[in-house]
Ligand binder design. Sequence first.
Ligand code: FAD
Ligand code: HEM
Length: 400
Amino acid sequence: MSKEISRDEIAQNDSRDSLWCIIDAKVYDLTDFADAHPGGSVVLAQIAGQDATIDFFNLHRYEVLQKYDGSLCIGTVKGEKSQVIDPKPGDLSLVPYGEPTWLTPQFRSPYYKQSHRRLQRAMRVWVDTVLTPEARERELDGSRIGDAVLKDMARLHMNAMRMGPGPHLKGRTLMNGVVSPEEFDFFHEMIITQELCRTGTRGFNDGNLGGMVISLPAVLYHARPSVRDRVAEEVLSGKKWMCLAISEAFAGSDVGGMKTTAVKSADGKHYIVNGTKKWITNGTFCDYFVTGVKTAKGFAVLLIERGEGVETTPIKTSYSAAAGTAYIKFEDIKVPIENLLGREDDGFKVIMTNFNHERWMIAIFTVRESRLVVEGCIKWANQRRVLGKRLIEEPVIRQK
Ligand SMILES: Cc1cc2nc3c(=O)[nH]c(=O)nc-3n(C[C@H](O)[C@H](O)[C@H](O)COP(=O)(O)OP(=O)(O)OC[C@H]3O[C@@H](n4cnc5c(N)ncnc54)[C@H](O)[C@@H]3O)c2cc1C
Ligand code: HEM
């Protein structure tokens, strides 16, 4: 990489047998890569021996260069310097609207304290280095988030922090101690969600314990203590998965239209559940289903464990299968009475209050992902406007 090469020498490597090009004052030997190039070898032959900076950035994201730099870059152009700023893990973007306002140096807010800033910085580095590479791969291959990343999230107690402040945080060392359980508030939770969705991989992000975020509150606030403690421990540690099973082919916005039934057994020890659920995030790989059912005089919410009579099949959606979106069939399932969340016939309140955490999380996601879109568009437009004179990929603030 340190080798300096003159433009004259580069120009001589202009054939299929020796195919070099310049991108942002760096020299790339694409001879062996040409046949594997996703855009084909023909297009590379057309720029052989030339400065391909403008063409490259018109067709690729900067991350492509970061990925291949180590294997393809053979040196720099003599007397020239790269213009593109290479974002490092943890950097903040200076692209207008690219970051939440409180992260701009000029902004002052009484709500954000040092612990919020420490948490944001730690999360940014972790997402850039650990989560994003995993997210990109899983989003494409449609498989569930890998165990190694899950384990790391559990080690940092990120799953517990995603449930907001509360007793479930007690005694935990959060994100290596950057914030204590006592000072943890909803702004800290918002920061976790904001940083997690920066991967820009919508299906994967829902697959990354989205089901837990929207269903565990029903267990934390409405389950019997013995069920609550066991399930919370299993799920927050990443050992088991859970999802929220409310929607049906017959019931979406109109939750009251649910047709799945729960009938008490003659000995009063079980509910017998029959019915279907549709569009259930994480359902394909879940161990627990927080399920809305119709009872004799109203509704109830039951914690159903995967077992005989529970069948989940993937639903094809417009986003990645990494979300594990499922169609679920319950056929004569026996659910122990202890797994009732809240009171029988009064489950509608449990369903509605449980939606609150989901709405809060989705609102954060939506705003933060909109910023990603705006940031991407401005970068793209800027790139095209200034290319050829001065190339600005991404101005950044390097955080200490
Ligand atoms: C990717 C994905 C993941 C999902 N994950 C889950 C999950 O994990 N768990 C779960 O339980 N569900 C899940 N759902 C289901 C989701 O909650 C429903 O799609 C949602 O409640 C809307 O219901 P519906 O699709 O039946 O649309 P409908 O309720 O049929 O609505 C259709 C249209 O009519 C409009 N509309 C409906 N009622 C009214 C009204 N009264 N006044 C005016 N307009 C109205 C709606 O705004 C919408 O535009 C998921 C859905 C998707 C797409
Ligand atoms: C270091 C050199 C290069 C590497 C590592 C590289 C890599 C890639 C990759 C990974 C893709 C898939 C799409 C993506 O992920 O963005 C791609 C697509 C493509 N590349 Fe390259 N590329 C290089 C240089 C070039 C150059 C110099 C040109 C042309 C001037 C070019 C033209 C294309 C085209 C036309 C596509 C298809 C775009 C599309 O499908 O929309 N590439 N390249």
